[in-house]
Ligand binder design. Structure first.
Ligand code: GLU
Ligand code: MG
Length: 457
């Protein structure tokens, strides 16, 4: 960010400032997501937006070393309390918040004091990964599904709606609430695909339209914070944690991803298995073989490990298959006639304790590596792998995903291509955080983990 760029940003911000003030905006929250998946924020009054756009908002680099509970780890590359970074609001994504009157929101890119992009900035990394994909001649379209559970206020989880899974009764009981969410998102130009009551107690799900990877990661932050704000208006507490209760079905954060070249969706109408093109098959193969490592960014919390159990629709096995909800990678083909635009890969094993920018970057680097390596895709799996015998699973090359954060951290650090993509300072900090979280919960019961993380994300 040189002098000219700073001046440009200030000029754009001054224009936006006037529009936003005319729409009643008094304060702008500027968010980033830390390596433990927590959305952090600083806010400025609207008349300081130009200053923030030009010079950034000061924020310590120590947030890169935060655990889910705000403890700070020390590590080889983990930043400490010395130094300063600048949060630069992305003025292209600034959004008036419908459920927080007088507020607008923008995602931040973090720079150092010299105007150089911070090497551990997760949003910058997602943008770099997307640019690498473009250099290789591809674009990606992505979206995160959001599952959440509503509770009566208080520390305990007391589901704030009853009725059967997917039951219309739940929708009727909370129809004002759900309408307010859809309306707020529409006012914020987030295009909602669908909303419904989910399986677990008090659980709902919303899905939104796909876009480029950084857009998708920004959108999922905006969607969750909007749900949180609407929930507050309805006196509800909301949990996006992977495991709200120690037993039962968790909250996923499934990622939908498709690969495109020249306006063509490479996940459909190809000569490969299930209509995949060679590029999409290799891309998928690169992700599949790296799933244990990718958990370090996609399912990165102690709660994630509780969630990833077989026969809970979480995708606990390294396998892929068309419309298979028990495979970590589900190929969503879409109905006949829609496939050229609808077919995509659903990464089911990811959840919302993930930093969505890191999750996107990890998937893209893994997919690109798969194309470099011409990764082979094993045969698709069309049953719940848990119903196969161990021998049968071994024969088909199906393994269980790692059950611990330490295993995921080790697999992540052992993957040279992922580490090269992330850069060593960020990769080692991520691994150090996962190990520290594992150690923190070394003697904890599932109930203790669920209650410690229930209200964090
Ligand atoms: N709640 C499940 C999970 O933990 C997913 C349910 C579904 O397939 O949508 O991922
Ligand atoms: Mg769901």
């Amino acid at each position: 960010m040189d002098e000219q760029e700073r001046a440009n940003q200030a000029a754009i911000a001054r224009k936006r400032q006037a529009e936003l003030a005319a729409r009643g905006v008094r304060v702008v929250s500027v968010t980033w997501v830390d390596n433990s998946g927590v959305t952090r924020v600083k806010a400025v009054p609207i008349d300081r937006l130009d200053h923030a756009a030009q010079w950034g908002i000061g924020a310590s680099p120590v947030f890169d070393s935060f655990l889910f509970n705000d403890f700070v780890i020390t590590g080889r590359h983990a930043p400490g309390a010395v130094g300063d970074l600048r949060l630069h609001p992305d003025l292209d994504r600034i959004t008036v918040l419908a459920a927080q009157p007088g507020w607008a929101w923008a995602p931040a890119d973090r720079y150092d004091q010299e105007g150089v992009a911070h090497p551990l900035d997760q949003r910058t990394l997602a943008r770099t990964a997307t640019a690498k994909l473009a250099e290789a001649g591809f674009t990606a379209r992505a979206a995160f599904e959001v599952e959440w559970a509503i509770s009566e206020p208080g520390e305990e989880f007391r589901p704030a709606v009853s009725g059967p899974a997917y039951g219309h009764a739940r929708l009727v009981a909370r129809s004002d609430y759900l309408r307010d969410i859809v309306a707020a998102l529409a006012d914020q130009h987030v295009s909602v695909d669908q909303i419904h009551p989910e399986y677990a107690a008090g659980q709902f799900e919303i899905s939104v339209a796909a876009g480029d990877p950084v857009f998708a990661a920004d959108s999922t932050v905006l969607v969750r914070e909007t749900i949180r704000a609407v929930s507050a208006h309805h006196d509800l507490r909301v949990s996006f944690a992977p495991k709200v209760l120690a037993d039962g079905v968790g909250n996923g954060g499934h990622v939908h991803l498709s690969l495109w070249r020249n306006e063509r969706n490479l996940f459909a109408n190809g000569d490969g298995p299930c209509g995949l093109t060679r590029e999409a098959a290799e891309f998928t193969g690169g992700i599949l073989r790296r799933l244990p490592a990718l958990l370090a960014v996609g399912a990165p919390s102690a709660g994630s490990c509780l969630r990833l159990v077989p026969s809970h629709w979480a995708g606990a096995f390294v396998a892929w298959g068309p419309e298979n909800r028990e495979a970590a990678l589900r190929l969503v083909t879409g109905p006949a006639g829609s496939r050229s635009w609808a077919a995509n890969l659903e990464v089911k094993c990811f959840d919302q304790s993930a930093n969505p920018y890191l999750a996107m970057a990890g998937l893209i680097f893994a997919g690109l590596s798969g194309m470099d390596e011409q990764a082979e895709l094993p045969d698709p799996v069309d049953v719940d792998p848990a119903t196969l015998s161990e021998e049968e699973r071994a024969k088909r090359g199906i393994t269980a995903l790692p059950g611990s954060l330490t295993e995921a951290a080790d697999a992540f650090l052992a993957d040279k291509r992922l580490c090269a993509g992330f850069g060593l300072p960020l990769a080692t900090t991520i691994a150090d955080l996962r190990r520290a979280e594992a150690e923190h919960f070394a003697d904890a019961s599932p109930e203790e983990i669920a209650s410690a993380q229930r209200w964090v994300y």
